[in-house]
Design a protein around this ligand. Sequence first.
Ligand SMILES: NC(=O)c1ccc[n+]([C@@H]2O[C@H](COP(=O)([O-])OP(=O)(O)OC[C@H]3O[C@@H](n4cnc5c(N)ncnc54)[C@H](O)[C@@H]3O)[C@@H](O)[C@H]2O)c1
Length: 324
Amino acid sequence: MEQHLQEAAAGDEAPAGVQERRRRVAVVGAGVIGAGWAAFFACKGLDVHVVDAHPGARARLDDALQRARRTLQALGGLAAEVREPVLGDDLGQAVSGADHIQEVLPEQLELKQRVYAQIEASAPDRCVIASSSSGIMPSALQAGMRHPERLVIAHPCNPPYLMPLVEICGGRETAGWAVEEAEAFYRGLGKRTVRLNREITGHLVNRLQAALWREAVYLAVNGYASVADVDRAVTEGLGARWAVCGPHEIFDLSGGELGMAGFLDKLGDAVEAWWASLGQPRLDAATRQALIDGMAQAAAGRGYPQRAQARDEGVMAQLLARPN
Ligand SMILES: NC(=O)c1ccc[n+]([C@@H]2O[C@H](COP(=O)([O-])OP(=O)(O)OC[C@H]3O[C@@H](n4cnc5c(N)ncnc54)[C@H](O)[C@@H]3O)[C@@H](O)[C@H]2O)c1
């Protein structure tokens, strides 16, 4: 296991020493994302202790472990020895002796803060607590902690065993060492990281996602195109490129040899006019129903397992094909 982790660390330029210390991970919460994280860490050869009293937690973990194994086998990076995550409801036991704590509780500030107090009663003082929160700012999360300096946001994309990115962000009281250790930890396991210079609600990924989805909702519920066609415009039009270039570079390339300056000369004013006409939908009852009906039509009877598998296989094929 150690050898594997050292190789991964070397390949991703993370300091090897950090990886050698990160051998036991506590995962607090085993829902959609917690089960995915636990499975990923286990498949990377770490000892994983999961806390969640939900009766469905074991089944979710088993399912995620199966998917993660398949994924990492195909992508490379599956540890030689994969130990099943240990599941229990004793938080103190899970976090004492942990080298890294991944918090994956529901997106509720007070609940997360309450559980941090319980975690801090047993966890080693210098152990990083990484919150998976999709959008809560780290300064809010760390308010009231005994050691707020070790709280960082480490936000994955779903599913965490497949998607390369982890967004890292510290709050007002986060120490530099905690951000650096968190970044080295995920990079050592083969993840790509982006670091926010300053906290903002929704971090990067969800703000970008929300901006696009706001317009997607506006277009679909106002009848400009069906839910299926709006989604197709993204997968066939934007998404195929986005796996390779971000939105800034795409426009820079649209400017040809003149790059961004050429693009702004040609189309900057037009983009401003499009911005001015973007929709501002609300997720009221009628809009929600239109989205539910539109999505049911787009799914055409294909259920969650089938579509989740198709998503995973499609992303996997793309990751395998792309240059590093
Ligand atoms: N769903 C996504 O796509 C996604 C993606 C990235 C990040 N996140 C973030 O990850 C976090 C979890 O999201 P999710 O979608 O997995 O939620 P979820 O509701 O599927 O899972 C939350 C789990 O936490 C458990 N839990 C509740 N209280 C607990 C406690 N005191 N101790 C231990 N376990 C407890 C629940 O039983 C449940 O299994 C949220 O902060 C969310 O914003 C979600």
